[in-house]
Design a protein around this ligand. Sequence first.
Ligand SMILES: [Zn+2]
Length: 248
Amino acid sequence: MTKNLTFFDWHPCPLPSKGAYYDGAIPDTLQVRPLLWKDERRFEAMPDDKFIASLISTMVKDEIDFNELLTGDRITILLKIREISFGPEYQFPTACPSCAQRFHTSVDLSNLRMLFYSEADGQEPWDLVLPRTERELKIRLPRAKDDEAVLDRRREELKSGGDVDLADVEMLKRYVLEIKGMDEKTKNLFLEEGLLSMEYATIIKFVNDKMPAPVLRSEVFCPSCKYEFETGIPLGVDFFRYVPAKGA
Ligand SMILES: [Zn+2]
């Protein structure tokens, strides 16, 4: 198999989870390889939402269950693949919030701040008491399998002309495992129809605080008015398209 040939190097990719949520099934560091032209030819025919899953399973050497990867580990792998394929500098468009000037800025992907797992984070599932209704929840972290299930659901809805804007609520139903005093069906209906806006924010913050992940934020300096601001780093469709700079 081509996986055994050595036309390219494997690079270590330390996972922010340190493997702590995988019961030994996924190690703390994976081996990844750069994107090849061969992959690009294969991926070209693929719908965008299947692309990321295929990319990861093809570029990681370790035999692991990719569905179990935490969202934060998965993003880390994507960033590492981008870095070893195209170099650490990633350019993206942004707009200055002060003077509205649009320009390109860049970030060094090899130098992003990383929120690593620490023992103080404890283990899944966690108990969370909502601040106003005092409902008691059991929560785990979102994984690749959740993303995939939500995408599949979205595809079905698209076909039948239903609600395609269901990603967030479907995701929530999956990683909120239980609400005390409710059966599964009631829990899901509650999350969809009865959850307070502020308590949704509480859950999202809780999960974000627990999720080991790279911090996708960048300091930007406006070339026009010199205003300094912080912006999110977008991982859009262009993330895996390499456009050589003029003259390079
Ligand atoms: Zn500006």
